[in-house]
Design a protein around this ligand. Structure first.
Ligand SMILES: *Cc1c(COP(=O)(O)O)cnc(C)c1O
Length: 488
C-alpha cells in the first residue's frame, strides 16, 4: 500500500496515475457534444449504489473506467458553449495546472510552518486585489472557500465593529438591535450569515430595487433613518456588485455616501462583479467599490478559476483581529511579535487550501488583462443576446445586462394566462435539461417564472444563444400543445 503514498520513491507512479486521469478528461472534453447527457437521478443512483466501497479495485485504470460510468460520462460540463445556467465558468489551463500542483504539494495556508512561500504568494495576491479595488494602504484580506464564507466573515467583522460603545448593553441584547441592509435581490448568504452571527430574525432589512434591479438609495436612506429613530443599530449595508440573478450593480457611490453619513460598515458583495477588476473596458461600472470597508470576490466566478477560489478583503487590516484566536500548538501569541506570518490569524478556517496558487499561475501566464478580456467578451456577448431577445416576439426580456446575465421568458402567442406561461417556461427548462442539448437557469421576477442565461463562456456565440432560444420556444410550444390536448 505504501506505493500509493506520494514521495521520492513513487514519482513514476504519480506521473503515470495523474497522466492517465488527465488523458481521460482530455478525451472527454474532446468528445462532449452536449453540456449534459440528461441522465436522471433514478438512472444514475443505482450505478453508484451498487459499488462496494469495501471492495477496492487496486487498479487505477479500472477505477478510471468505473469513474467514466459513475461520473465523467454524465457530469455537467461548464466548458461547453451551451452551458448557460449558473455562475460557473470554464476554467483556464494555468489555474488547472496550479490546482494539480497545490494538491500534490498540499501546503496548508494556516501557518507559515505549513506553507512558507505559499503564505507570501497568498499575501501578494491579496495585496494585488486590494490595490485593484483601491482599498488603500491599510487594506488586507484572506482567501476563503467561496462568496458565502467571504460574506459571513465580512459581516462578522461588521458586527464586532458595530458592537462596542454604540450599544452599551449585554451582547445578546445588543445583537437583537443590529440591522443589515441589503437589496431584495442580494444573495441569500447575507441572511444565512445573519443567522449564524446570532442576529435576530428580522435583522436583514430588504431594500427594494428599481426596474434596473439596483438598490433604490432613496429607500435605503429612509430605512437607515427609521433604524436610527427606532433606537436600533445599523450594522452594515451590503451593496451587491453583480447580483446573482441579473448582474445588476447597486449604486456604489451613493451607498458609500449614506454609509459615511450614518457611520455604517459598507460591504460590497462583488462575488460576481469582481471580474470587472481585471476588465479592460468596463472597470468604471464598479466605481465606488474603493469606498467599501469590506469586499467579497469570487475568482471562481469571473476570473475563470476552478472551484474554490474566493477572498474577503478589508479596508482596515486591524478589523481582521475579530477572527484571531491563538493556540499554543499552532499560532502562539508570541509569533505575532516574532513577525511570523500566520494566515490562520485572519481566517475562519484552520487547515486551508492554497487556492491562491491558481490565481498566481493565471496572472503569471496570462496577465490580468488576459482574464479581463475574457470577461469583457462575455459582457459583450450578453449585449448581443439582449438585442436578440428584445427583437424576438416570442420572448420577454427583463433588464439590459450590466454584466453577463440575461433573464427572459417565453411568451407563446395566443396564451394570456400568466400561470400557463409560467408552466410552459418551467417545462421548457426541464425538457431542455433532460435533452442535454443546453443547460439554462431559472428564477422568479415579480412572482412569475423566468429563464436565465448566465454567460461566462467566451466560446458561446450569438448562434448558440439563438439556437438555445429556438429549443426553449420549441419545448414551450410542445407543452402548450399537450396542455390543449389534456384540456380537450
Ligand atoms: C455566488 C454568489 C455568492 C456566494 O458565493 P459562493 O462562492 O457560491 O459561496 C454570494 N454573493 C453573490 C452575489 C453571488 O453571486
Amino acid at each position: 500500500m505504501r506505493s500509493h503514498l506520494l514521495n521520492d520513491t513513487t514519482a513514476e507512479h504519480y506521473r503515470r496515475s495523474v497522466t492517465e486521469g488527465i488523458e481521460r478528461v482530455a478525451a472527454k472534453l474532446a468528445t462532449t457534444s452536449r453540456p449534459f447527457t440528461g441522465v436522471t437521478v433514478d438512472a444514475l443512483s443505482p450505478r453508484i449504489e451498487e459499488i462496494d466501497l469495501d471492495k477496492p479495485l487496486h487498479d487505477t485504470a479500472a477505477v478510471l473506467d468505473e469513474l467514466e460510468d459513475v461520473y465523467l460520462r454524465d457530469a455537467v460540463y461548464f466548458h461547453h458553449p451551451r452551458y448557460l445556467a449558473h455562475l460557473n465558468c470554464p476554467v483556464v489551463i494555468p489555474a488547472v495546472l496550479g490546482e494539480a500542483i497545490l494538491s500534490a504539494v498540499n501546503s496548508s495556508l494556516d501557518t507559515w510552518d505549513q506553507s512558507a512561500g505559499g503564505t507570501l504568494i497568498e499575501r501578494k495576491l491579496v495585496d494585488w486585489t486590494t490595490a485593484r479595488i483601491g482599498l488603500g494602504e491599510n487594506a488586507d484580506g484572506v482567501f476563503t472557500s467561496g462568496g458565502t464564507q467571504s460574506n459571513l466573515q465580512a459581516l462578522l467583522l461588521a458586527r464586532e465593529e458595530a458592537k462596542p460603545g454604540r450599544v452599551g448593553r449585554e451582547a445578546a441584547d445588543s445583537f437583537a438591535k443590529l440591522r443589515i441592509f441589503a437589496s431584495e435581490v442580494s444573495h441569500f448568504s447575507v441572511k444565512k450569515s445573519a443567522k449564524l452571527l446570532g442576529l435576530s430574525q428580522d435583522s436583514v432589512v430588504s431594500i427594494p430595487v428599481g426596474a434596473d434591479k439596483r438598490m433604490q438609495t432613496v429607500a435605503l436612506a429612509r430605512e437607515l433613518e427609521r433604524c436610527k429613530q427606532d433606537g436600533l443599530v445599523p450594522m452594515a449595508v451590503v451593496a451587491t456588485a453583480g447580483t446573482t440573478d441579473f448582474g445588476s450593480i447597486d449604486p456604489l457611490p451613493e451607498i458609500a455616501e449614506l454609509c459615511g453619513q450614518y457611520g455604517v460598515w459598507m460591504h460590497v458583495d462583488a462575488a460576481y462583479g469582481c471580474g470587472l477588476l481585471a476588465s479592460v473596458k468596463y472597470r468604471g461600472r464598479i466605481d465606488g467599490i474603493e469606498r467599501a470597508d469590506s469586499v467579497t470576490v469570487d475568482y471562481h466566478k469571473s476570473f475563470f478559476q476552478p472551484v474554490s477560489s474566493s477572498a474577503v478583503l478589508v479596508r482596515d487590516a486591524a478589523t481582521l483581529r475579530h477572527a484571531t484566536y491563538h493556540a499554543e500548538y499552532l499560532n502562539p501569541r508570541r509569533m505575532v511579535q516574532e513577525r511570523i506570518p500566520n494566515q490562520v490569524d485572519k481566517s475562519l478556517q484552520t487547515t486551508r487550501r492554497f487556492d491562491a496558487l491558481k490565481l498566481w499561475m493565471t496572472l503569471r501566464v496570462m496577465g490580468a488583462d488576459g482574464i479581463g478580456q475574457l470577461f469583457d467578451e462575455v459582457c459583450d456577448l450578453a449585449v448581443e443576446g439582449w438585442k436578440l431577445l428584445a427583437a424576438d416576439p416570442r420572448f420577454d426580456v427583463v433588464v439590459e445586462p450590466t454584466l453577463s446575465t440575461l433573464v427572459f421568458r417565453c411568451i407563446p402567442a395566443a396564451v394570456t394566462d400568466p400561470a400557463e406561461i409560467d408552466r410552459a417556461n418551467l417545462y421548457a427548462r426541464k425538457a431542455l435539461f433532460a435533452s442535454g442539448d443546453a443547460v439554462v437557469a431559472g428564477t422568479k421576477v415579480g412572482g412569475r417564472h423566468y429563464l436565465k442565461f448566465t454567460l461566462l463562456n467566451p466560446e458561446t456565440t450569438v448562434d448558440d444563444m439563438a439556437a438555445v432560444l429556438d429549443l426553449i420556444a420549441g419545448h414551450a410550444e410542445q407543452y402548450l400543445g399537450e396542455s390543449l390536448e389534456r384540456a380537450s
